[in-house]
Write a protein that binds this ligand. Structure first.
Ligand code: ZN
Length: 544
């Protein structure tokens, strides 16, 4: 039980979707979550465009859209003029985070496993960033002696806690039947490590705002969707598949126990929030977008580029489609003199238009940008079709002004696509531009989850879908903090008990302050980490 006068806990569940959670709550795998939600409010949480982990979580912790906070993808252009891309770091987040705002109001804040939080800013509380390999996790956590304290936790193992990029790559690469179980176990053990850290810090270093992410859901759902979605999971499986399914359920059962203990530790006076960065759904086909651009004359592969549905290394077909191999390899295969438009990463589902003088000399003349873009949109709508049925393969197309209006638009893709089955594109060469996957995989959907419970929250309410940018102001309101005037999101007032809202009306306060970079965080350290790890991370993510 905490000694703080007020406390808010945010439990982030990466990629959580009610499609899966409702089923698991009904069939008894997650009884605590079922009870918890029945005591509070729930609703769909609408992600950002595109519904991707980095822009979505950064929107959740800043209360603004990607065009305002400047994070669009795992990889960012170094500058509007640069063709080089680099891994996301805290320096790319152009807005103040909830932890900093909470600190400025005299309260303590904790941040566990959030992407983009390294090198960590100085904070009253603690930060352990997500998406950092174990070698660098200690040095990228704050305060510097935090890991010395964590060593006191029974069974603490930083190697198990950090993402193991080599293992992740193996799993996504393989999808071999003998590899599923090891891989799910990896995530079961990882979540246990994070939970142990959460429990230790909530007991020994309580904060007014404690925010954490459990991210095994995202990874398990990508690979094991067909074992989880009731539309497929309840059909007959081979014995080995049934074993994999049961292990997936074990992951969720453990998660449910962690939720129970976290809520218990926070105590009855705490307000608890559960949120995901995006939802999940099935994907059945692969669109090789660069191949389509090539066939339309917008992109040229170098003459010696290998074609075919088998990748260079001879891995299984879904490896390529998930983009396990480095996108650099693919981009190295482009003939830049004859390429006008290309997709750089699968994760962004974005197209970059080569404008002469913007990122190098090659490209279309700058004064033709808008007419070229219109032509390309028209082609994508009317010529990117299912070769069998003739149906459009692309559901929606956003220009960067539509998707990313804000100060950092020049670093965003020129076009962002949503495919008809919401899958990620492939950036690789292929003989055909579209084909079915060998089996159903999981992919992101905009419909995430939101739930809240606590003394300030109404009971038994289902609220209409609400935007992910509304979470930050809502968390601040539970702590009595006025909402910064430049936050784009708004407090989700429907979730609050009317008596609470009367006693604590929403107040607007001064604007946010620019993010403070930790002067002690050595840039060399981060760069060295980048050099060593970036290729591994790209490979391991599966959908970069
Ligand atoms: Zn995610």
């Amino acid at each position: 039980m905490s000694c703080l006068d007020r406390q808010t806990v945010l439990i982030g569940l990466d990629g959580a979707s009610f499609t899966i959670l409702d089923h698991l709550m009904e069939e008894g795998t997650m009884p605590f979550l079922k009870k918890l939600i029945s005591l509070g409010c729930r609703g769909e949480l609408t992600s950002v465009i595109p519904p991707l982990t980095p822009p979505a979580w950064i929107s959740l912790i800043t209360g603004v859209r990607p065009g305002t906070h400047g994070v669009f993808n795992f990889l960012q252009f170094e500058s509007p003029k640069s063709r080089y891309i680099k891994w996301l770091s805290f320096r790319d987040i152009q807005r103040e985070t909830i932890w900093s705002i909470v600190n400025r109001h005299g309260m303590r804040a904790g941040s566990l496993n959030f992407i983009g939080m390294n090198p960590p800013p100085a904070i009253r509380g603690y930060i352990i960033p997500g998406f950092v390999s174990w070698r660098w996790l200690r040095k990228n956590s704050y305060p510097e002696d935090l890991f010395d304290r964590l060593r006191g936790i029974d069974g603490f193992d930083v190697k198990e806690m950090a993402l193991n990029f080599r293992e992740e790559e193996k799993a996504v690469k393989g999808c071999q039947r003998e590899e599923y179980e090891d891989w799910i176990w990896l995530h079961i053990r990882r979540e246990r490590q994070w939970f142990d850290v959460v429990r230790y810090l909530m007991k020994h270093d309580p904060c007014h705002l404690t925010a954490m992410i459990f991210d095994g859901l995202d990874r398990i759902q990508h690979v094991c969707w067909r074992f989880l979605d009731p539309a497929y999971a309840l059909k007959a499986h081979a014995a080995w598949e049934e074993k994999v399914r049961r292990l997936c359920l074990q992951y969720f059962r453990n998660l449910d126990e962690f939720l129970e203990q976290i809520v218990d530790l926070a105590g009855p006076q705490a307000n608890i929030f559960i949120a995901s960065d995006h939802g999940f759904g099935p994907t059945r086909e692969i669109l090789y977008l660069n191949q389509w651009l090539c066939q339309q004359g917008y992109l040229k592969w170098k003459d010696n580029t290998a074609m075919g549905t088998k990748s260079v290394a001879g891995q299984s077909e879904d490896i390529e489609s998930l983009g396990v191999e480095s996108p650099y390899r693919s981009l190295l295969h482009l003939d830049w003199k004859k390429t006008k438009a290309y997709a750089a990463t699968a994760s962004s589902n974005g197209i970059i238009i080569q404008v002469a003088g913007k990122r190098g000399e090659e490209g279309i003349p700058a004064n033709e940008y808008f007419s070229f873009r219109e032509e390309l949109i028209d082609k994508l709508r009317n010529s990117c079709l299912d070769p069998q049925s003739g149906e459009p393969l692309i559901k929606e197309i956003w220009t960067r002004e539509e998707a990313f209006a804000g100060n950092f638009i020049d670093c965003a893709p020129d076009l962002t696509l949503s495919l008809r089955d919401s899958g990620f594109i492939s950036i690789y060469p292929s003989e055909v531009y579209c084909r079915p996957r060998s089996q159903i995989m999981g992919t992101h959907r905009p419909e995430g989850v939101f739930a809240a419970v606590g003394p300030a929250i109404r009971k038994g309410e289902v609220i209409p879908p609400t935007s992910i940018i509304n979470v930050a102001p809502t968390l601040l309101h539970t702590l009595g903090i006025p909402i910064p005037s430049d936050m784009e999101g708004q407090v989700i007032t429907q979730i609050f008990d009317p008596a609470f809202l009367r006693a604590h009306p929403v107040e607007t306060g001064a604007p946010t302050v620019p993010p403070e970079r930790n002067q002690d965080a050595s840039p060399q350290r981060e760069d060295a980490e980048g050099q060593e790890q970036i290729m591994l991370r790209l490979k391991s993510l599966g959908y970069v």
